[in-house]
Design a protein around this ligand. Structure first.
Ligand SMILES: Cc1cc2nc3c(=O)[nH]c(=O)nc-3n(C[C@H](O)[C@H](O)[C@H](O)COP(=O)(O)OP(=O)(O)OC[C@H]3O[C@@H](n4cnc5c(N)ncnc54)[C@H](O)[C@@H]3O)c2cc1C
Length: 398
């Protein structure tokens, strides 16, 4: 039996952030992952934003920050383009190489003191207690052998629809309509006008998703689509049609295929319990509009790790103590996920004609200097019906 203060299950970005910060806080930490190579295969378009890295205290490293991104273009179903680049946006970002990034984040956790065990899968979990308090015994399969790990605090960072959370009685199931089905090719021979801008192609057929081109180099890009799992046609058919019909992709060739589900339904019912914390996709820490979960999940991991280390010092692993994680996560993210969920419901309800009208109305305007009242007026001008649809969102934003 191996004993540790904190056991983290899953060495994605969220689990590595949790391990790093729990170790920095003075706890003994073990981080396990069932994969033999952390970060591979990738299931991601690999976009992140600068202020996210700043929140996490991570300096971009050219080993994984492979393409500077200065903004993006939104393309309506009728082809109208709205470009928001460095002349308008205060924020920039990167396309990263996840296979390197995830490994580097695990290395950061190791440097902070965490023990990393690859090819180690958590099989079953049992809660127990002795005269010193309660703990978990986790049975893991490690390179063909069963080992037992005893931990005072368990952090589940095992990705979408967390089996670990489910095993401990927390509902982590995503409603099928909120599970975005993502499929993507990494392609070479991509010929977009500006390879420092991402492209987002919107349309009602995605039922709340979009198609994307995220450049990764001179002629390289992640080209993908996310559609609701309830859509009748498979995502790959939509993606192939998109590639055939969009001239900048006509000569592009795929060198990699990535497939994955993205849980965009918001936070799961509870992200903490006695001796237990959940972070990352496992906790639903994903932006419901973009499907981005790297930064929000790592913020969850960082906060969970910090709270776990303090609880270890206090020798108090009760849910009353660990609730601090929930409170701090909400504070750090300013309650963003529930708000973005409301915005996504509005987005999902739009028809192609609505998208066309909105993008046409904003294209060419001095968006940077628009005040909330200008935006509301513009929506009233486009259509009172659309203004009404957006009113719930305006109430949250303005
Ligand atoms: C197509 C697609 C495109 C995306 N694009 C973006 C994007 O551009 N930007 C962005 O920010 N986000 C994007 N996302 C979302 C992003 O990939 C996830 O939010 C992110 O990977 C979540 O990190 P995580 O650490 O929570 O989980 P994961 O990265 O899923 O890691 C979970 C880990 O747990 C391990 N594991 C699971 N079960 C066990 C077990 N029982 N024992 C041991 N190990 C276990 C797995 O092997 C895995 O390594 C995209 C998602 C998809 C599907």
């Amino acid at each position: 039996m191996i004993e540790t203060d904190v056991l983290v299950i899953g060495a994605g970005p969220a689990g590595s952030a949790a391990s790093k910060h729990a170790a920095l806080g003075g706890a003994d930490v073990i981080l396990i992952d069932k994969k033999s190579e952390i970060g591979t295969p990738k299931r991601c378009a690999e976009g992140i934003y600068d202020h996210g890295l700043k929140w996490l205290g991570i300096e971009p490293d050219p080993q994984w920050a492979v393409q500077r991104i200065n903004g993006g273009t939104i393309i309506a179903p009728d082809g109208t383009r709205l470009t928001l680049d460095e002349t308008i946006l205060p924020e920039r970002g990167y396309i990263i190489e996840r296979k390197v990034f995830d490994k580097y984040m695990a290395m950061d956790a190791a440097r902070a003191g965490a023990k990393i065990m690859v090819k180690t899968i958590a099989k079953s979990i049992m809660r127990d207690e002795d005269d010193k308090g309660s703990f978990f015994i986790v049975d893991c399969e490690h390179m063909g052998e069963i080992i037992e790990i005893k931990a005072s605090i368990l952090i589940a960072a095992d990705g979408p629809e967390s089996r670990i959370a489910k095993a401990l009685g927390i509902n982590s199931t995503t409603n099928p309509k909120d599970m975005m089905s993502g499929v993507q090719y990494e392609m070479v021979g991509v010929n977009c006008e500006r390879m420092d801008l991402i492209e987002l192609h919107i349309g009602a057929f995605t039922d709340g998703g979009y198609a994307w081109i995220f450049p990764k180099g001179d002629d390289i890009a992640n080209v993908g689509i996310g559609i609701s799992s309830t859509c009748k046609k498979p995502a790959i058919d939509f993606l192939n049609d998109f590639i055939d019909s969009y001239p900048p992709l006509n000569n592009a060739k795929a060198v990699e295929l990535n497939v994955g589900g993205d849980p965009i339904g918001g936070l799961i019912e509870r992200i903490y319990d006695d001796n237990f914390l959940v972070c990352g996709d496992a906790a639903g820490q994903v932006d419901p509009i973009t499907g981005g979960g790297i930064i929000l999940g790592m913020l969850g991991g960082m906060t969970a790790g910090q709270v776990a280390a303090k609880a270890i010092k206090d020798k108090d692993y009760s849910k009353e103590r660990l609730k601090e994680y929930d409170i701090l996560y909400d504070k750090h993210t300013q309650g963003a996920i529930p708000k973005l969920k409301i915005a996504h419901e509005v987005y999902r309800s739009l028809e192609d004609d609505d998208f066309n009208k909105i993008i046409q109305a904003f294209a060419g305007l001095d968006i940077q200097n628009m005040k909330p009242k200008d935006i509301i007026k513009l929506f009233l001008k486009i259509s009172p019906r659309l203004a009404l649809k957006f009113s719930k969102l305006f109430k949250i934003l303005f």
